[in-house]
Design a binder for this molecule. Structure first.
Ligand code: ADP
Length: 191
């Protein structure tokens, strides 16, 4: 089954996607991870997106749609988990078209609901943990970029909740519950 994990930054999409990869042999397609990989490998595209990402703004639809298209051409194993994609209505439309082109469908769109205060604490905590572990924190895990990331989410991504609700594909779950409880809610949706 192919699913979308929808939710603001810090909602726990990546954590849950990793569990689905482990337990259900699904494939995690995180556009954020792909873009960060492009950034570190210093490709032309990576250079182009670096500043935009660090500021906390969205990169162009064209770039992320291209990245997703490449991945759909590969093995689908237990199904795709779209993590951090789509983030705009144009991306949602493009995903619909790509899926039908590849003969795939969307099994579920799972919205992970969380409060803003928790998001800020989680992300600031994640940055502090990285530093404590001697790693570098994500360039966009700082108060200023986070504010922009949240605003981008509300302006551009949250309309997808209505979009998928209207299509009858949305299930909303409590993203504030423990990681195991969230995992169980997702398992219920997947059946
Ligand atoms: P988070 O959900 O924690 O903000 P991600 O790793 O999903 O982090 O994304 C990090 C950054 O990568 C975003 O702030 C944005 O700049 C870029 N990005 C990721 N996915 C998309 C997308 N689908 N469309 C546009 N930009 C994206």
């Amino acid at each position: 089954m192919n699913i979308i994990l929808l939710g603001p930054p810090g909602a726990g999409k990546g954590t849950q996607a990793a569990r689905l990869v482990e337990k259900r042999d699904m494939i995690q397609l995180s556009t954020g991870d792909m873009l960060r990989a492009a950034k570190t490998s210093g490709t032309e595209m990576g250079k182009k997106v670096a500043e935009v990402m660090d500021r906390g703004e969205l990169v162009t639809d064209e770039i992320v749609i291209g990245l997703i298209r490449e991945q759909l051409e590969g093995d689908k194993k237990g199904g795709f988990i779209f993590d951090g994609f789509p983030r705009t209505l144009a991306q949602a439309d493009a995903l619909g078209e790509l899926l039908s082109e590849f003969g795939e469908d969307l099994g579920a769109v799972i919205e992970m609901q969380v409060d803003d205060e928790v998001l800020v604490d989680r992300i600031v905590g994640r940055a502090a943990e990285a530093v404590a572990a001697g790693k570098t924190a994500r360039a966009d895990d700082n108060a200023e970029s986070l504010k922009i990331r949240l605003m981008e989410y509300y302006k551009k991504t949250s309309p997808l909740i209505g979009y998928y609700h209207a299509k009858g594909e949305l299930t909303s779950i409590d993203g504030l519950a423990s990681m195991d409880e969230v995992e169980a809610s997702i398992a219920k949706v997947l059946g």
